[in-house]
Write a protein that binds this ligand. Structure first.
Ligand SMILES: Cc1cc2nc3c(=O)[nH]c(=O)nc-3n(C[C@H](O)[C@H](O)[C@H](O)COP(=O)(O)OP(=O)(O)OC[C@H]3O[C@@H](n4cnc5c(N)ncnc54)[C@H](O)[C@@H]3O)c2cc1C
Length: 259
């Protein structure tokens, strides 16, 4: 697997520079490399993230992963949930969806990223870790990307550069592009925690543990209706879970500020 972490091995040119090794950048890098296009990914993190972040992989995403031959690997890393009962009010059945994947897969984002990174590298993409994009300069032939790595500023030239560097995109800022839109109406609090014991039963008392409830397609509700949200099995350690709670943030909604 070609994942570069040392500055001496970094390429000086490629056809496409992708900035960001999140799911977007890794999927694109894999697609380009599979199509025979030389691609180098610059990623500021030195190691993969250990944060759950996105944990629900929906049917359509699994179909897209399946088209690339990696759905089964992602599925093996998670739990299938065929129905959701959210906030004690809404019940959603996914079992009848007309798809090979009639469920939502619960798996931490780093599992999806690991599979996508391996696929991209297998196809020939180069991933440079610990490389933070600082600036870009375009001309009629291509683009120079300056990035810092190991205390040095280095350059890579590509015919194209793709910004897949997330919410606070350096690429977007360098291009002077706006980020239009309005804030969502609720704020969400998430935590990756290690629980000393299983979450308390509220409505699904007949199931003895979280894994059994997940097998039966029921996400357990949060500890209290007012904090409202699921507690999901997550993480690499047995017992590691992810409680989520949301609340209306009317102040933000009134201001209409972008999140
Ligand atoms: C706490 C949290 C919880 C979330 N929970 C959910 C959820 O439950 N469900 C859901 O659907 N979505 C969730 N999301 C959103 C989901 O994580 C994002 O939609 C997804 O990560 C977007 O993927 P991306 O590849 O576009 O960007 P990102 O995953 O943000 O990846 C961008 C990458 O670019 C890198 N990068 C940034 N700047 C630079 C730079 N200058 N140079 C080099 N690299 C750079 C970053 O290190 C990062 O690896 C959550 C997000 C967070 C933060």
């Amino acid at each position: 697997m070609v994942v570069i972490r040392s500055e001496k091995d970094t390429p000086e040119s490629t056809e496409v520079v992708v900035v960001g090794a999140g799911p977007t950048g890794l999927l694109l890098a894999g697609d380009l490399a599979t199509a025979g296009v030389p691609v180098t990914v610059l990623e500021r993190r030195t190691e993969e993230s250990n944060l759950t972040r996105a944990f629900a992989v929906h049917a359509r995403t699994l179909e897209e992963l399946d088209a690339r031959g990696v759905a089964d690997e992602v599925i093996a890393s998670g739990h299938r949930v065929e129905g959701l009962r959210a906030f004690g009010k809404v019940q959603i059945h996914l079992g009848d969806l007309p798809t090979r994947f009639p469920y939502v897969l619960i798996t931490p984002q780093y599992n999806v990223e690991r599979v996508l990174a391996a696929r991209a590298v297998r196809a020939g993409a180069v991933i440079v870790r610990g490389a933070r994009l600082e600036s870009i300069a375009q001309d009629t032939e291509g683009v120079d990307a300056s990035y810092s790595m190991g205390g040095l500023v280095r350059k890579i030239r590509g015919q194209y550069l793709v910004g897949a560097d997330g919410h606070h995109s350096t690429v977007r800022q360098a291009l002077g592009l706006d980020f239009p839109g309005e804030s969502v109406v609720s704020s969400l609090m998430l935590a990756d925690v290690l629980l000393a014991k299983e979450p308390s039963e509220q409505r699904e008392g007949q199931y003895s543990n979280t894994a059994e409830r997940c097998e039966r397609g029921i996400l357990p509700p949060a500890a209290s209706a007012s904090s409202g949200g699921p507690v999901l099995p997550a993480g690499r350690t047995a017992g590691q879970s992810r409680p989520a709670a949301n609340r209306r943030d009317r102040r933000r909604q009134r201001r209409g500020s972008a999140a």
